[in-house]
Design a protein around this ligand. Structure first.
Ligand SMILES: [Zn+2]
Length: 385
């Protein structure tokens, strides 16, 4: 069946198209035209008057939501998460593990591997991001100290095998002994490497970059602080144009002033919005799990121990609205930081992050203020999921 979407505007790869008509057949976009160019074709018509159509969002750093954690790695958990995410405009995510006992991690990875590519509800995992166990003790944030491991190609290989090759992103601290070998091994398998949970000097960071790292994990958080005589990892990540960087734009993890500095440094092609969301996202305050960790949530803030931030309860649609407000940019610009840019960083840009003829119809319908009106995935309306 043919579906015709009309709206006020559409975020196309190179422009904002006015009065768009999107033709969808068999879950794919077959054409995008402006109504000013000719008559609207025949088909089931969905008219989103006043709305902006954008690519469905892609979150490369996401642990869970709606009471479920991706490390549960069950169909139920991922269906719950998938349904929740569609309310927030997300179409795809990387199931992100946290540092946990090796056996538990391997079990999660193998469970996730079996679910990736399956017919799951709503937003789907398109790969795995392993955040830990190869991270710095001193910058571990909420990750459990006793489960942190020295980087080892042998352990990485075990994780790769358990994940059946679905690991697409790895966070690692480049200064650790053995890290460079693990980075090289990961890169040789097509895994993107993101530097983070790190106390690296600038020299150590540059060695990671020379070995193939392309991004930084939640920049500023769990990272050596900037010093003008000893710029460290932050100096390198902000200064080197080729590096992408993730940011958590919830107003808690990074101050709005620093979000503006980040925007000036990384710009429209390298900045990536993530949530780092955990299971408490979309749930009332209380006690929750992040992997195997106990997290306290108060006023939406996730805390471990005295005051260590442990992930967030941010949703990506809110992160986008926050970014637009903090940085003073259009909603459409902020959307590219959560769709096109993560797709480019991870090499998935031929499938994710753009509205064009020939692509899967994964479309988020926004109000002019960036509120999600509805999400269309694989050409299907996700209402009520
Ligand atoms: Zn995380």
């Amino acid at each position: 069946m043919r579906t015709i979407l009309t709206a006020e505007k559409l975020l196309a790869p190179e422009e904002i198209l006015r009065h768009p008509t999107v033709v969808i057949e068999d879950g794919a976009i077959t054409s995008i035209l402006s109504r000013d160019e000719g008559p609207v074709p025949e088909g089931r018509r969905l008219d989103f008057r006043g709305a902006l159509l954008v690519p469905a969002y892609f979150d490369v750093h996401f642990h869970g939501s709606a009471g479920s954690d991706v490390m549960e790695a069950t169909e139920d958990a991922l269906n719950t998460i998938g349904g929740f995410l569609t309310k927030h405009g997300v179409g795809a995510y990387f199931a992100t593990t946290v540092t946990a006992p090796v056996d538990a991690t391997l079990q999660s990875l193998s469970g996730l591997a079996k679910l990736i590519g399956k017919d799951l509800k709503g937003a789907r995992p398109v790969g795995i991001h392993i955040e830990g166990p190869f991270i710095s003790h001193s910058k571990r944030g909420a990750h459990p100290e006793q489960e942190i491991r020295r980087p080892s190609v042998a352990l990485f290989n075990r994780m790769w095998e358990a994940a059946e090759g679905h690991i697409r992103l790895m966070t690692i601290a480049p200064e650790l002994p053995g890290a460079i070998e693990v980075i090289e091994r990961a890169v040789s398998l097509g895994v993107r490497v993101s530097l983070g949970h790190s106390n690296a000097s600038s020299e150590e960071t540059l060695r990671g970059v020379q070995s193939g790292a392309v991004s930084a994990t939640h920049i500023f958080n769990a990272m050596r602080r900037f010093d003008h005589r000893d710029p460290g990892i932050l100096g390198v990540v902000l200064e080197r144009d080729e590096l992408f960087a993730e940011i958590i734009c919830d107003g808690l993890h990074v101050h709005p002033t620093v979000v503006r500095m980040f925007w000036r440094a990384k710009g429209a092609d390298r900045a990536i919005l993530i949530t780092d969301a955990m299971s408490a996202t979309g749930m009332p305050d209380g006690n929750y799990k992040l992997g195997e960790l106990d997290v306290r949530v108060k006023n939406g803030k996730c805390i471990i121990g005295e005051d260590t931030l442990a992930g967030s309860t941010l949703t990506l649609d809110r992160g986008i609205r926050n970014f637009a407000e903090f940085a003073g940019v259009e909603i459409g610009t902020a959307v590219t930081l959560a769709s096109r840019n993560p797709a480019r960083m991870t090499g998935l840009d031929s499938q994710i992050g753009a509205l064009e003829a020939g692509r899967r119809a994964d479309i988020t319908v926004l109000s002019p203020k960036g509120e999600v009106i509805e999400t269309i995935l694989r050409g299907q309306r996700m209402m009520g999921s």
